[in-house]
Design a protein around this ligand. Structure first.
Ligand code: M6R
Length: 615
């Protein structure tokens, strides 16, 4: 995710763009930049760091005068966060300037082609490729900016919201959208563009939201013109009157970032596997992994180090890797690992999982592993973070910024990456049949749809939350792949509602926790279709016999557990190896609604920090 802003009108563009970028920093904040037309030329200023850093740099380096410009706040995907990779990007002839939110998947082949035609690239970004492709089209076809953007986009595979300006046309912004959001604000003789309406809500409540596959030509003094990118078909713009206030817009209309992020999961899981998983072709490929695959295949074991929710994702990976690729896996709390003089050799591969990439214990654990000669592979969300830089190799999750302290979309995107790693290793080792491999790939591709379906049960989960919001304790049980999900469900509840909750492997209950069960005790049991379904059913019976209240997560259409449980939360049927990606959803929603009903500060729970950079 990145944030984009643009202005064309009679006011000073720079302060409007700068304020808009600050409002969009929730979408990314590793670098920022602006391009302002000063009446003569387009002045570009960009920098690694937050918008406040840009503000200081721009005050020193550019005039900031002009009524036409664009700006960007970045969440790096291609190329680490630094000044050169920051947006805007300028085409080789110095005339076109672009800002982009999204990923151009085929940028590699386009770049090779453009290099052959004499283009030079200064950054590692996919965006710089696109702006030069547009320049190339303009040059070769002799067409205007709008047409050149359209022709170029028809050669592009990926996702984007872009705004392009041309030095020769300082009264026009060309925008286009596929997969990433873009809104046009319509004021009195002025236009705004932005990733959401927050940058322009104080100037106008009239907005056009572009649909996927649409582009627009915004020119001062005339109405916005929209077209289909694919076939140039004109579209009549639908102008909406916005009813939202600023805070609501930043949260996308949701009450909290946590619930917004829960609902983003279908989209960010796609972002995470996009370009890496080609189910029909039978390909799963992660750049960072391919370079070191031999090391993985010959590893005597894989050690996973992480903390909190990321550690739970690591536990899921243990089940997946051992089942699919038959490589021994150990999962360690980073904080324990680093202090217990672990035995590590060059034959080990250490995977560090971290949303922030800044967790102090995880960082220290990987430094220790490196010092003993192990290969360190990072699975991080924040591009350019300390853990990603300290690792020998890695794969990013593409969850976008996670603002809510309780991790949600980071967890499911971590599992998505780890599942792809497990499948790739299994394929390379020959420990999975071709048909099972193909089935897993296409099922993984369908997970976002299934997550959407699971999200639709929110109203029912809200009712369950209302029944149990005053419970003092909760027990969460699961087996196999869903044991870590039980741990994660319990962590979600305790960290945002402050209700005591414990996760256990379902069969372990009778070795102690069963003593806690009485009619006051809600027990959340993950009882979806699986190899151990009958065993879980027996565990449910044991709880029922002691009058515990059963809240069961079941597969759609299940009647056995349905009849035994007090409440059920249904999720779509899924191959067992992928179930954590869907069973997690109702548990996130349950924790969220209980916390809201108790009036807790859901996004910033007491005593917690989003990123734990101290031991
Ligand atoms: O940024 P990391 O993934 O390294 O963070 C690890 C934990 O601090 C984090 O998962 C924490 O447990 C969350 N608050 C859980 O929701």
């Amino acid at each position: 995710m990145c944030g984009i802003v643009g202005y064309i009108g009679e006011k000073d563009a720079y302060p409007i763009i700068l304020k808009g970028l600050k409002r969009l920093e929730y979408r990314g904040y590793d670098s920022a930049g602006v391009a302002i037309y000063n009446g003569n030329e387009i002045e570009v200023c960009k920098t690694q760091g937050k918008v406040s850093t840009l503000e200081e740099k721009a005050a020193r380096e550019i005039s900031r005068v002009g009524t036409f410009g664009i700006g960007h706040t970045r969440w790096a995907t291609h190329g680490e966060p630094n000044d050169i990779n920051s947006h805007p990007h300028v085409s080789n002839n110095g005339e076109l300037v672009i800002i982009h939110n999204g990923i151009i998947e085929n940028y590699g082949s386009l770049k090779t082609e453009l290099k052959k035609r004499g283009y030079t690239f200064y950054s590692d970004t996919d965006t710089e490729v696109l702006v030069n492709l547009i320049e190339d089209v303009q040059k070769n076809e002799g067409v205007k900016l709008g047409k050149a953007v359209q022709i170029a986009l028809n050669q592009v595979v990926g996702a984007y919201a872009i705004a392009v300006i041309d030095k020769k046309k300082p009264n026009e912004i060309v925008v286009a959208k596929l997969g990433s959001p873009l809104a046009i604000g319509i004021g009195e003789n002025e236009y705004f563009i932005a990733s959401d309406a927050s940058p322009f809500i104080e100037y106008t409540n009239k907005s056009i939201y572009l649909e996927d596959g649409e582009m627009g030509i915004i020119r001062l003094g005339r109405e916005v013109r929209l077209r289909k990118i694919i076939d140039d078909k004109p579209i009549v713009p639908y102008v909406q009157e916005l009813q939202l206030n600023l805070e609501q817009i930043e949260k996308g209309g949701f009450d909290h970032f946590m619930i917004k992020e829960i609902y983003e999961q279908p989209e960010v899981i796609i972002d995470t596997y996009r370009g890496r998983l080609l189910a029909k072709e039978g390909i799963v490929r992660l750049g960072g992994l391919e370079d070191h695959i031999e090391k993985f295949l010959n590893a005597q074991r894989i050690i996973i180090v992480a903390c909190g929710t990321s550690w739970h994702a690591g536990l899921v990976a243990e089940y997946i890797f051992e089942e699919l690729s038959r490589i021994p896996v150990e999962v360690e709390y980073a904080s324990e690992f680093r202090y217990r003089n672990p035995i590590i050799t060059e034959k080990d591969v250490v995977i560090a999982i971290s949303q922030s990439g800044e967790t102090a214990d995880t960082l220290a654990a990987i430094k220790l592993a490196k010092s003993k000669g192990a290969l360190v592979f990072g699975v991080c969300n924040v591009v350019g973070s300390s853990i990603s830089r300290e690792s020998h190799a890695g794969s990013y999750t593409h969850a976008g910024p996670e603002i809510g302290v309780a991790s949600t979309k980071a967890f499911t995107t971590q599992i998505t990456v780890l599942t792809m790693i497990g499948l790739r290793l299994a394929q390379a080792k020959g420990t999975i049949s071709k048909s099972e491999f193909m089935r897993c790939l296409s099922e993984l591709e369908m997970i976002p749809e299934k997550v959407e379906i699971a999200l639709k049960t929110e109203d029912k989960i809200k009712e369950i939350a209302a029944v149990f919001m005053n419970a003092k304790n909760f027990l969460y049980l699961g087996r196999g792949y869903n044991f870590p999900v039980a741990l994660e469900g319990a962590l979600k509840l305790k960290e945002i509602s402050y209700i005591h909750a414990e996760g256990y492997p379902a069969a372990e209950m009778k070795h102690g926790p069963i003593a806690l069960i009485d009619e006051q005790m809600p027990v959340v049991v993950i009882a979806v279709e699986s190899e151990h379904y009958d065993k879980v059913v027996s565990n449910i019976q044991e709880i029922k016999a002691r009058k515990g209240k059963i809240i069961a997560v079941v597969s759609e259409g299940d009647t056995t557990v349905g009849e035994m449980a007090d409440y059920v939360m249904e999720v779509p049927k899924t191959p067992e190896v992928l179930t954590p990606l869907v069973t997690t959803i109702p548990l996130q929603l349950l924790a969220y609604h209980i916390a809201v009903m108790l009036g807790r500060n859901v996004d910033q729970p007491r005593n917690l920090a989003k990123s734990v950079t101290v031991e």
